[in-house]
Design a protein around this ligand. Sequence first.
Ligand code: SAM
Length: 211
Amino acid sequence: MANFVDEAAVDFVRRSFATEDGVLASIKGTCRSRDLPSITPEAGRFIQLMLRSIETERVLEIGTCLGYSGVWIARALPSSGTLETIEVDSERADEAREWFEKADVDDRVEVHTGKARAVLPTLPTNYYDAVFIDADKESMTEYLDFATRLTAHGGLVFADNVFWQGTTFTEGREIDGTAEVRAFVQEALDQSNLDATILPLGDGLLVGRVG
Ligand SMILES: C[S@@+](CC[C@H](N)C(=O)[O-])C[C@H]1O[C@@H](n2cnc3c(N)ncnc32)[C@H](O)[C@@H]1O
């Protein structure tokens, strides 16, 4: 993945404020060894702090993978809180459930196995305090539309990989998914009920407030 921030600075943040415990380090290691994606520790820590700052109770995640970001999120919630997370791959969903158990957050996490486009229309509107979009790029714009409808007023929307390896903002450089991510960013700018920006964390993390 391209680096958008000085490596030494990222390393400093990871060692000081975004440290992983054994479970997070094991999930990250498993993802790396199998070439599976997961957010960076500093993005996980940032999302966690933002969720705590608005005293989040209900979070929806689109794209569970093995549950790395899910553990950061679930740990931001009170014991009465819930994280619902959607994963199309049933083996990954099962593995994530095991990691949530090991992280001792399984009491507050529900994994929906299935395609996000099938699950999202079944979920309640104006209900979640935050939605994290981190699944296939093809449907990202559609997910943003769902996210702003499912999130209650004042809630937060996050989305990972909005730099898409730098191709989002580099004219003439396109890879699979670039057009979709560019369309997503434009939609985030156009949505009148979303006040958003992008942080250069990992591959670009969008954060917005639904108003
Ligand atoms: C980038 S990974 C998620 C990483 C995870 N959020 C983390 O940081 O630990 C994206 C995941 O979305 C899943 N996915 C892809 N298309 C999907 C879809 N249409 N519906 C639900 N999940 C999907 C993939 O199987 C993959 O596990």
